[in-house]
Design a protein around this ligand. Structure first.
Ligand code: SF4
Length: 319
């Protein structure tokens, strides 16, 4: 919503509308501005419009969201470093949603299974914009990271399992509309076809040692796009053999990037009593053994370590 001077008020529903709305009041307003997010629009419009309209106020709440009363149960929202995936190393705002219907043996976010705070979608967007604001004033505002990432920080929905909550879908859409590069971390146990196509879906395929291998939703494979990523979290030699077989059977390397992540042992305080046990008969694999098997088998996968667990203590939250 743009308010030019009381009681005059113009409402704009998206980023394309604001210039035409303003031109109705000031026909010669600059036309070479290319805003990407609502906070950028706020800064640009304030500069353009303040000289002409002293009482100008920009309210950075998308009209569509302002009309929503939908909520999500959020565990935490914070700015940190993306520790995994092909986006590793880039600044990222994490929206950790509460609840998950799986109980993987290695889960390091069991604290998100319960609790959390109910928040309206516009408030979550506002928090993301607030955390992203320093990047709007810096060099990253004008310099794309690469051909597909035009602004930082990234925004990732994680959990828990984000797709457990229906309103994760409109939240991701709204974040994409606002110009963010949006990532989704999902367990692979839920339908990913309903997610906005602009979202980069990072989908797990649960290996046997997770205790949740039966929960893989194989239908999801047909919905994978080159912008998605499939992640295998491996803790045993049996996991490796299983993942190797699945990749070959489904020709997965043709679908999207494949990530191999070694199971990081849980700290005592992370060992939640509800987690599944590693099934009997499995042999642990070391990080070095995993890498050597990937190389020996010429597997077309990306081995990854969780950067945040190297930078900060592995059990630290909010990083
Ligand atoms: S899918 Fe598994 S690892 Fe992910 S939050 Fe749920 S229990 Fe934890």
């Amino acid at each position: 919503m743009i308010e030019l001077a009381r009681p005059c008020r113009l409402e704009v529903a998206d980023t394309a509308d604001w210039k035409s709305a303003l031109r109705e009041r000031r026909p010669n307003i600059s036309s070479n501005l290319r805003p990407r997010t609502l906070s950028q629009i706020g800064a640009l419009v304030q500069t353009e419009a303040r000289a002409q309209f002293p009482h100008f106020v920009f309210l950075p709440i998308p009209r569509t969201l302002a009309l929503m009363s939908d909520t999500l149960v959020v565990n935490e929202v914070y700015l940190s470093l993306q520790g995994e995936s092909t986006f590793a190393g880039l600044p990222c705002i994490f929206i950790r949603l509460a609840a998950c219907n799986l109980r993987c043996s290695y889960c390091d976010t069991a604290y998100a299974f319960t609790g959390g705070e109910k928040k309206e979608l516009p408030k979550i967007i506002h928090e993301v914009d607030r955390l992203a604001a320093p990047y709007r004033a810096g060099p990253s505002d004008s310099q794309p990271v690469n051909a597909t990432i035009t602004q930082l920080p990234l925004v990732e929905l994680t959990g828990g399992e984000p797709l457990v909550q229906r309103n994760a879908l409109p939240l991701m859409k709204a974040l994409c509309d606002a110009g963010y590069t949006v990532l989704l971390e999902t367990s692979g146990a839920h339908d990913i076809s309903t997610v906005d196509p602009r979202v980069r879906r990072i989908m797990d395929l649960k290996c046997p040692s997770s205790g949740e291998v039966e929960r893989n939703r194989w239908d999801n494979l047909q919905h994978l796009r080159p912008t998605d990523e499939v992640k295998f979290v491996l803790g045993t030699h049996e996991d490796y053999a299983w993942a190797h077989k699945v990749i070959l059977e489904h020709n997965l390397q043709r679908a999207c990037p494949l990530l191999f992540s070694w199971v990081h042992p849980l700290a005592p305080e992370q060992q939640h009593s509800s987690l599944k046990k590693v099934p009997p008969g499995q042999t642990p694999i070391s990080r070095q053994e995993l890498v050597e098997r990937i190389v020996a088998d010429a597997l077309p996968v990306r081995f990854q370590v969780q950067l945040h667990k190297i930078i900060w203590p592995p059990e630290q939250r909010g990083v």
